[in-house]
Design a protein around this ligand. Structure first.
Ligand SMILES: [Zn+2]
Length: 244
């Protein structure tokens, strides 16, 4: 039987690793806002440049990359995050879990020393987007490398072993973070990603207000886990991996 846990002790530092601008807010935005308010230093690592995130084939790619970066920074402000927002800048849709990239992410983990790492569940069934799978694997492999001293010794950094790993958009959710009072921050942060209104959020340009309202309702309904436990009316669900 699956054991459900709730509400980890507030970490001192957390690092969320996502494939694209907006992924982390979808997966863990309310949890990160909650932890931030309690004094946790939350940093974000965005692995790709988001350069394929539009349905407009005429778009200027450089402008899109700049826009998505600034939207991500705004979203981090909306969540009141006090850590860093780091952009790896890999090409959207083409990220590979290479040794070189794993080395870069390992160095970031060793530098930031997070108590908790959050990322995509790489084992989510039937997921189409390769970046979500590959970033999940990249983050996990980098975590393993960061904790053991014989991986990338040329970094000349002490190893760092996070205490917990939380996978968002998870196949088998077994941990929940209650987030009453932080659902609005999550949704406002998501709405900072205006370039994604049409392609990701279903908000048409003809009536942005009503589209945004529908989006709010859908996102709020996703936070309702009361079918699992009564007190999980507003929560985010994760797969939790401890004893790393
Ligand atoms: Zn994504």
């Amino acid at each position: 039987m699956c054991v459900v846990t709730k509400n980890l002790e507030i970490p001192r530092r957390a690092l969320a690793i996502g494939a694209h601008p907006d992924d982390i807010e979808f997966g863990a935005g309310a949890t990160l806002a909650k932890w931030s308010e309690q004094g946790c230093e939350v940093s974000l690592l965005i692995c790709t440049d988001g350069s394929k995130g539009t349905w407009n084939p005429e778009v200027n790619i450089k402008d899109l990359i700049t826009t998505r970066k600034s939207e991500q920074l705004l979203a981090a402000k909306e969540l009141n995050l006090s850590g860093k927002v780091i952009f790896l800048g890999e090409v959207d849709g083409e990220l590979e879990n290479s040794t070189n990239l794993r080395k870069r992410v390992t160095l970031i983990i060793r530098n930031l020393q997070p108590d908790i790492v959050l990322t995509h569940d790489p084992w989510k069934k039937y997921r189409l987007h390769p970046d979500h799978r590959n970033v999940g694997c990249l983050a996990l492999d980098a975590l393993v490398a960061a904790r053991d001293p014989l991986f990338f010794p040329e970094q000349n950094m002490p190893p760092h072993r996070p205490k917990e790993l939380l996978l968002f958009e998870a196949e088998d959710e077994d941990h929940f973070e209650q987030c009453e009072g932080f659902e609005k921050s999550k949704i406002q942060a998501l709405l900072c990603h205006q370039s994604q209104f049409e392609s990701t959020m279903g908000i048409g340009s003809s009536d942005i207000d009503s589209g945004a309202n529908s989006f709010r309702e859908v996102e709020l309904s996703k936070l309702d886990y009361s079918h699992i436990e009564n007190d999980l009316l507003l929560a985010e669900g994760f797969k939790r991996i401890s004893e790393l």
